[in-house]
Design a binder for this molecule. Structure first.
Ligand SMILES: Nc1ncnc2c1ncn2[C@@H]1O[C@H](COP(=O)(O)OP(=O)(O)OP(=O)(O)O)[C@@H](O)[C@H]1O
Ligand SMILES: [Mg+2]
Length: 153
């Protein structure tokens, strides 16, 4: 499925729609173009969770944690990491763990090693337009249906 958005605000709105779909232990891969809107989408998710602070790509800190009740959202950015070094980052300690939901920007660097994920792939459609290609690996059919419905409303 491909979703399109014509502004940063619309991408934030898409992130907000995506929020209620998320479940504990989910891993969401954000891949695609520099400035494609990955962080903007994640900001939408975090806004829907009630977070009101700044959201930046944690490309230097590698990961930032946002706590919301029983769930901790981990926001990782692998832009500056070599594929070979990823498992020295500690990512594997929180990914898929109880109470976690993990977002990984530049997640294509790790995707082949993941047993299950939701994948959002961003590409440009002009200056302020973006396509977001939605796919997944091993979601239960019920969830797959929900994923397809997320962006239809
Ligand atoms: N439709 C759109 N959706 C999202 N961002 C948009 C859109 N149109 C323009 N923009 C602008 O593009 C930029 C997207 O930046 P953002 O940090 O979200 O991208 P990113 O994919 O996380 O980039 P990076 O790979 O550098 O981390 C912002 O400056 C935003 O205002
Ligand atoms: Mg980013």
């Amino acid at each position: 499925m491909v979703v399109s958005t014509n502004s940063a605000d619309l991408t934030i709105a898409l992130g907000k729609k995506f929020y209620p779909f998320l479940e504990e232990k989910d891993v969401v891969i954000f891949q695609g173009a520099l400035g494609g809107g990955k962080t903007t989408f994640i900001k939408g998710i975090l806004l829907a969770s009630g977070y009101r602070g700044e959201v930046l790509s944690p490309s230097f800190t590698l990961v930032k944690a946002y706590k919301k009740g029983k769930i901790t959202f981990y926001h990782a950015d692998l832009y500056r990491i070599n594929s070979d070094d990823i498992f020295t980052t500690g990512l594997q300690d929180y990914m898929y763990s109880n109470g976690s939901v993990t977002f990984i920007e530049w997640g294509e660097k790790i995707i082949k090693q993941l047993p299950t994920y939701i994948n959002l792939n961003f590409s440009y459609k002009g200056e302020t337009g973006r396509y977001i290609k939605v796919s997944s690996k091993v979601l239960l059919s019920k969830r797959l249906k929900r994923l397809n419905n997320v962006f239809l409303k």
